[in-house]
Ligand binder design. Structure first.
Ligand code: ADP
Ligand code: ASP
Ligand code: MG
Length: 408
């Protein structure tokens, strides 16, 4: 007998028929004699709708009430799945975050799990009951409902697997594994049998939404055996593993993209010590996350241009902060461009191979795509391009690094 955590994402529980199919799948695991804890997302589209209502009710909303609203979708699917399991003779009950509880910090909208109380669940599992847990939600220090950020049910599942010391954590979704790039954009993307935690962490944080970044971080720290697989068909998916479990390492193992970035340029900023600190200090105090940064060489030694990227949703806040400090910063002009995309190539093999960035620049040049900003780390190279070129750039790079599958 083994202990399994199974997580079902939005499309896997999109309607009653899908929920009943999920119940049948869980029953098979139970019939094998395994202990099963299940984590569910909201029905696909539901969380978007809830977020939309919150924004319409109050554009600058209280994050605590935002969480009360957006956590509601998972309550419905947890109950419906427990009912569907009972209906086919499987002993099951639903659990909301506060009922376990899943304890988090108080950063509403992007809370981090601090601890999960599992004693009650454990005794239910050993009595043969399936625990259906609402993902994405927890409870903060003052007993208010919190949510873990979009895509957060992945993190609920991995954290629960770590707490329960589960033998497997299966993430069921609408694709049959992790691919070399988003299979919805690159039809020639290849399914990977295995990917390292480190590469998946980069891919996720650079835009591959198949797993929430925080879930990969937790899996890596707690050695949780995560497998991404399809809830629509049988078959093995992709295992996320340690580097030493991969025999042959590719130089580049994947291409990720993100359309959630915006580019901010400050023209004519004074070229003197302390200026960068006075630009980025107030932004960081306002929790605006700054990603890529480039500063041009100053021609006259007096003024220069500074370009950086922020989350698209933070553009207005960024502009108003910079505007209110204009007197102090003394720049001439502020240009905000939300129509940009970040494209990244990722691979642990980059550590020991030269020429990876060069191949990227050549492939983009051949397609006439202009690179606006470049940033690199040990295992990735990212570039910023105009948003309209996203798909073209991702496909060109996929081909350039020899990742295209022959079959399709
Ligand atoms: P769920 O609702 O099950 O959590 P998500 O929409 O969050 O599903 O994640 C699955 C989606 O991730 C896929 O439909 C796919 O379009 C996207 N995706 C992005 N990059 C990748 C990748 N490298 N491999 C697989 N899927 C990817
Ligand atoms: N329902 C939440 C969302 O849409 C959490 C998740 O799907 O993982 O972001
Ligand atoms: Mg998801």
């Amino acid at each position: 007998m083994i202990r399994v955590v199974q997580k079902f994402g939005g499309t896997s529980v999109a309607d009653i028929d899908r929920i009943r199919a999920v119940a049948e799948r869980i029953k098979k695991e139970v019939d094998h004699g395994n202990e099963v804890a299940v984590v569910v997302s909201a029905m696909s589209g539901t969380t978007n709708q809830l977020v939309d209502w919150t924004v319409k009710a109050a554009p600058l909303h209280d994050a605590r009430e935002y969480d009360t609203v957006v956590a509601a979708g998972e309550q419905i699917t947890a109950g419906l799945l427990a009912l569907s399991l009972q209906n086919i003779g499987v002993d099951a009950r639903s659990w909301l975050g506060w009922q376990l509880p899943v304890k988090t910090d108080d950063s509403h909208g992007k809370a981090r799990i601090k601890a999960i109380e599992i004693s009650e669940i454990e005794s239910r599992l050993s009595a043969g009951q399936v625990a259906v847990i609402a993902g994405f939600q927890g409870v903060g220090s003052t007993n208010r409902i919190t949510t873990l950020g979009r895509g957060g049910s992945d993190t609920s599942a991995v954290a629960l697997s770590a707490a329960l010391k589960a033998d497997r954590c299966d993430i069921f979704t609408d694709v049959d594994g992790i691919y070399t790039s988003d299979p919805r954009v690159v039809s020639k993307a290849k399914k990977l049998d295995r990917i390292t935690y480190e590469e998946m962490l980069e891919m996720a944080s650079l835009g591959a939404k198949v797993l929430q970044t925080r879930s990969v971080e937790l899996a890596m720290n707690h050695n949780v055996r995560v497998q991404v697989r399809s809830s629509f068909c049988e078959g093995d998916g992709t295992l996320v593993v340690n580097e030493d479990e991969i025999v042959e390492q590719e130089v580049v193992s994947g291409i990720a993209y993100s359309k959630d970035e915006a580019k901010i340029t400050l023209v004519g900023v004074a070229d003197k010590p302390g200026v960068a600190a006075s630009i980025f200090g107030p932004l960081s105090e306002a929790s605006v996350n700054v990603d890529m940064i480039v500063q041009n060489v100053s021609e006259d030694g007096k003024a220069t241009d500074l370009t950086f990227t922020v989350d698209k949703q933070d553009v207005e806040r960024t502009c108003s902060i910079l505007d209110s400090n204009k007197g102090l910063l003394g720049y001439l002009r502020l240009i905000a461009d939300p129509n940009v995309s970040k494209i990244s190539v990722v691979g642990v093999g980059m550590r020991s191979h030269a020429g990876v960035a060069q191949r990227m620049f050549k492939a983009l040049a051949e397609k006439g795509i202009n690179i606006q900003v470049i940033s690199t780390s040990e295992i990735k190279v990212s570039i910023l391009v105009s948003e309209e070129y996203t798909e073209l750039a991702v496909r060109a790079l996929h081909t350039a690094y020899g990742l295209d599958t022959e079959k399709k």
